[in-house]
Ligand binder design. Structure first.
Ligand SMILES: *Cc1c(COP(=O)(O)O)cnc(C)c1O
Length: 388
């Protein structure tokens, strides 16, 4: 009997455990040297100049929006098909969310519709765009940057699904998700279902030094001890609170786990791509399944493997009886009761809503065994055999 198979799962090794134990025996559980080591290793992996580690991906979004500037009541554009935090961060900062429908092929924000919306809105209403590399499909940040520049907007890439993903730019160079070549900043999460797990944890990457300095201060109450930044110096004890920040720090315990996990990130990515190839081959022409889109100008990071079928609910229930626990990513944010107070309603984003009716995330994580993949495929085929 196959034990239960979730849609995503962390992978913890003996080496990870040892790394955490070492920190527990050291002088610093938090605010120690391991955090900077994690930041440097992560920046190197992603290809950005700077990285700031924080308590979780949502804190990363919140601080990034604050650091990028958002005056009260100004708008930020994002997709309705993402985790709620990608939109909530705009509200935390006093802004308003403007949703734009998704592209039916990639399921990421539809760039043409952003352009269309910006043409209609008053030019001084919008401040930024938060695109999301959904499921690990890299948004073309170069295309978005052109629009952002035309309208004077900042670009914050929610790359939670896509560490290691990349797209080919117009000069033929591979641009890694979150590397900041075209965006102002990007954010990542280290929740256990994501590529790199630290329990809770997040990261902001950027190539902008001023933004980097501001993020580091915002992460810890808006307080700095950096002599170069102080307005006066009263003595060795002296620090200054210069802006209203938060305690959004990560611990050294988590950072140690992150460093250890990062060493296997590439390996995990390769395994995810292998699993995807098996699904793509075995599930083509099964029932009415629509498989995830890819092409040779992107390197998919496969955080999720999302299929679409008109029998989504039945298939979801059927697979549960087989101990396979799929998930739905995501319920469109504009349909949540909380968001309806702002006037959003069903029917506003037909592509996103139609996608939501059909989408299902199959098991996708590095330790998914070949036998388990075969079992998942076998069960899906069995389900559709009974449909004919
Ligand atoms: C996981 C996730 C977040 C939030 O990260 P947390 O670490 O859970 O706070 C934000 N955006 C997307 C797209 C995510 O998948």
């Amino acid at each position: 009997m196959i034990k239960s198979i979730p849609y995503g799962k962390q992978y913890i090794t003996e080496e990870d455990i040892q790394a955490v134990i070492e920190v527990l025996k050291s002088d610093y559980l938090t605010q120690g040297p391991t955090i900077e080591q994690f930041e440097q290793a992560f920046a190197q992996y992603i290809g950005s100049k700077y990285a700031v580690a924080v308590a979780n991906g949502t804190a990363a979004l919140h601080l990034a929006v604050l650091a990028l500037n958002l005056e009260k009541g100004k708008k930020v554009i994002t997709t309705p098909i993402t985790f709620a935090a990608s939109a909530n961060c705009v509200l935390y900062a006093g802004g308003e969310v403007e949703f734009v429908d998704i592209d039916p092929k990639t399921y990421t924000i539809d760039i043409n519709k952003i352009d269309y919306l910006l043409k209609r809105l008053k030019s001084n209403e919008v401040r930024g765009i938060i695109p999301v590399d959904l499921a690990g499909y890299p948004v073309n940040m170069e295309d978005l940057k052109q629009i952002a520049e035309r309208y004077g907007l900042w670009l914050l890439e929610d790359a939670c699904h896509a560490p290691g993903g990349a797209f080919k730019d117009s000069e033929g160079n591979w641009q890694q998700c979150g590397n900041g070549t075209y965006s102002d900043a990007a954010i990542f999460s280290f929740h256990p279902v994501k590529h790199i797990a630290t329990g809770e944890g997040g990261m902001i990457t950027t190539n902008n030094k001023d933004l980097y300095e501001k993020l580091k201060i915002l992460r810890t109450h808006g307080i700095t001890r950096d002599k170069n930044l102080l307005s006066r110096y009263d003595g060795g004890w002296y620090y200054e609170m210069q802006m209203l920040g938060f305690n959004y720090r990560i611990t050294d315990i988590q950072a140690a786990l992150g460093i250890s996990q990062l060493k296997r990130a590439q390996q995990g990515l390769i395994r995810r791509r292998q699993i995807a190839q098996v699904y793509l081959k075995e599930l083509s022409n099964v029932g009415d399944i629509v498989l995830p889109y890819s092409n040779d100008t992107i390197k998919h990071a496969y955080h999720l493997f999302i299929i679409q079928t008109n029998y989504r609910k039945e298939l979801y229930e059927f697979l549960r009886t087989k101990n396979i626990f799929c998930q739905v990513h995501y319920i469109p944010i504009h349909t949540f009761p909380f968001y309806q107070q702002f006037g959003w309603k069903w029917g506003d984003f037909p592509v996103a809503e139609s996608y939501y009716q059909k989408c299902l995330s199959l098991p996708m994580f590095p330790t998914l065994s070949d036998d388990e993949i075969s079992y998942v495929i076998h069960c899906i085929k069995a389900f559709f055999q009974n449909k004919e």
